[in-house]
Design a protein around this ligand. Structure first.
Ligand SMILES: [Fe+2]
Length: 196
């Protein structure tokens, strides 16, 4: 065997091997079979649905951070903290959803450009919006997510993918419903000091 020009000499063993390139070992949209007693069709359906929920959850997560930074007005501090708390909750969901996709033998979406192409949550403007508008935008995004997660949860249950059904119901749906409660109470028009 001839010595490759890239092969390191004894003097050069500490040199990092950088700039490496190679083929993908699993393309996006391709499935690998795992021994989890689930048909490939069921796993694939769940992976496709979960990637949609993932793209929308990443978008909602980022919308919360945008609003955490950009909010303003007399309720600044409260909204600043609430938006960040919900951001954390959505971040946890992102990880659980992405890992479920890998667990099923699929490939999860990850990068911003791919998320932007996939999400169905409307793109907000770059500038600052008033708190009631921020809240309305968040509530709309939550409702999109809850609606799709409910129908996907039913499909997962019908195909025998109980793990995905449980994730969608226990984590995604319940988590989003709770955040909707906290958010929507901020746009209930009740008096602050003097009763009607
Ligand atoms: Fe912050």
């Amino acid at each position: 065997m001839t010595r490759s020009t890239h092969e390191r000499t004894d003097d050069d063993r500490a040199r990092p091997i950088d700039h490496q390139k190679g083929r993908e070992f699993q393309g996006y949209g391709r499935m690998t079979r795992r021994p989890i007693a689930l048909s490939e069709t069921a796993a694939q359906q769940s992976v496709e649905n979960l990637n949609q929920v993932l793209a929308d959850t990443i978008t909602l997560r980022d919308l919360y951070k945008k609003h955490h930074w950009q909010t303003g007005g007399p309720t600044f501090y409260q909204l600043h903290l609430l938006f960040d708390k919900h951001f954390e909750g959505q971040s946890e969901l992102v990880d659980v959803i992405a890992e479920r996709i890998q667990m099923l033998g699929g490939v999860s979406l990850a990068m911003a450009a791919d998320i932007a192409e996939t999400t169905i949550i409307p793109r907000p403007p770059k500038g600052r919006e008033e708190p009631p508008v921020q809240i309305s935008r968040l509530l709309h995004a939550h409702e999109i997510l809850i609606e799709e997660a409910r129908s996907m949860a039913r499909l997962a249950a019908e195909s025998g993918d109980d793990g995905t059904n449980d994730l969608l119901v226990s984590d995604v749906i319940r988590g989003n419903e709770k955040q909707v409660w906290f958010l929507s109470e901020h746009v209930v028009d009740v008096p602050l000091v003097k009763a009607d």
